[in-house]
Ligand binder design. Structure first.
Ligand SMILES: Nc1ncnc2c1ncn2[C@@H]1O[C@H](COP(=O)(O)OP(=O)(O)OP(=O)(O)O)[C@@H](O)[C@H]1O
Length: 353
């Protein structure tokens, strides 16, 4: 579904200030769509969410949901559900009554609201915890109750602020699976704020990346992964990314380095390649068809089962090598090496658009 098509449910241009910070973000989403807002610390993700929820004022722009303006509507009267990372449940209510709260607010009678709530707890695998008070729930259970409470109210707009951040790795995995299943069925728009690219890729139909209060890139996970447009996005998806000028099969980077690329590109372009595509040599590899350049070791870290080497030179580069290769190369900071990458391992694409 196209977000700007006839099924657009959320149509927002959020302009807001917070201290010296300025947010200016356009956000549209179709009914049923899950959009992840991804970005570094302080980028404005939570501020955007707070404006959508009515917890922070909109200075300019607009905020329409299902064709109706929300900007003048107070937070409690908006058809909006919010789940924060620290699952704010009512401490004195059981899990069941916490979830029943949403349907009650929609006007359902007590018995009917409890029936709806019981159904949601069942779907979340929490039937056994229905009578438990929040203090007797684990972090993952409490977060699922919070999700059930938000979903049970059937909000046209569901806002999730780092819903998995407070959970340990195992619980996170389980809760993410629950979330994935239920978000797929949610007929309204879901906006998910996250730092975690994995959550964004798994849970969202579309990813909107915010840096310094502005959208820097938006698209589906595959496009964002393949064609990052900023350093932050490139680091996030683990790619080396450069900007340069393309001419046929060559791209000249800002630092002067010329790379041969498999793609034919002209004008302003990005070139990207994964750290695993970078080979390191103590001397310049002779007669190699690869792109080569001198590089100085700037840092070394363990990264899963390989070693990530940060290099400076005409192009700052990350390279992944095996522990055996790392030992052989004597990777101390300041060591001079040669980096090489095959044209076939590079991807070049236009910088505009
Ligand atoms: N309570 C506040 N008072 C004043 N300014 C604030 C406040 N909270 C945030 N800001 C400003 O708003 C900017 C955006 O913050 P926001 O919390 O929206 O970013 P974020 O992308 O959600 O970051 P994080 O991932 O760290 O939660 C911050 O850089 C800060 O300058």
């Amino acid at each position: 579904m196209r977000p700007d098509g006839p099924h657009t449910l959320l149509d927002a241009h959020l302009v807001a200030s917070r201290g010296g910070f300025h947010l200016d973000v356009t956000l549209t989403a179709a009914a049923g769509e899950v959009v992840a807002l991804l970005g570094p610390n302080g980028a404005g993700k939570s501020t955007a969410l707070r404006v959508l929820a009515g917890l922070h004022p909109l200075d300019a722009g607009h905020l329409n949901l299902g064709g109706a303006a929300l900007s003048g509507v107070p937070a409690h009267a908006r058809p909006v559900g919010v789940v924060f990372q620290d699952y704010l449940l009512f401490p004195h209510l059981s899990a069941l009554d916490n979830v029943a709260f949403g349907p009650r607010c929609r006007g359902l009678g007590r018995a009917e609201a409890r029936r709806v709530a019981a159904g949601w707890l069942d779907r979340m695998g929490l039937t056994a915890q229905a009578r438990a008070k929040p203090r007797h729930l684990s972090g993952g259970q409490a977060q699922r109750v919070a999700l059930a409470r938000a979903l049970a109210a059937a909000p046209a707009l569901l806002l999730l602020d780092e819903p998995l951040a407070a959970l340990d790795a195992r619980t996170r995995l389980d809760t993410r699976a629950h979330l994935r299943r239920h978000l797929a069925d949610h007929p309204g728009v879901t906006i998910l704020v996250t730092h975690d690219p994995v959550d964004a890729m798994i849970l969202a139909d579309r990813i909107v990346i915010i840096e310094q209060g502005r959208v820097v890139q938006a698209g589906d996970a595959a496009t964002v992964t393949r064609q990052p447009r900023t350093d932050y996005v490139a680091r996030l998806v683990g790619l080396n990314l450069y900007r340069g000028r393309g001419s046929g099969h060559t791209v000249t980077l800002a630092g002067g380095l010329t790379l041969t690329t498999a793609d034919v590109v002209d004008g302003e372009v990005f070139v990207a390649f994964p750290p695993a595509a970078v080979a390191l040599y103590p001397q310049r590899p002779a007669g190699s068809p690869r792109n080569t350049w001198p590089a100085t070791v700037d840092g070394v870290e363990r990264h899963g089962d390989h070693i990530r080497v940060h290099l400076t030179g005409p192009a700052d580069t990350a390279a992944d090598v095996t522990p055996a290769a790392a030992t052989e190369l004597d990777l101390t900071v300041g060591r001079q090496l040669w980096a090489a990458v095959k044209a076939a391992e590079t991807r070049a694409y236009p910088a505009a658009g």
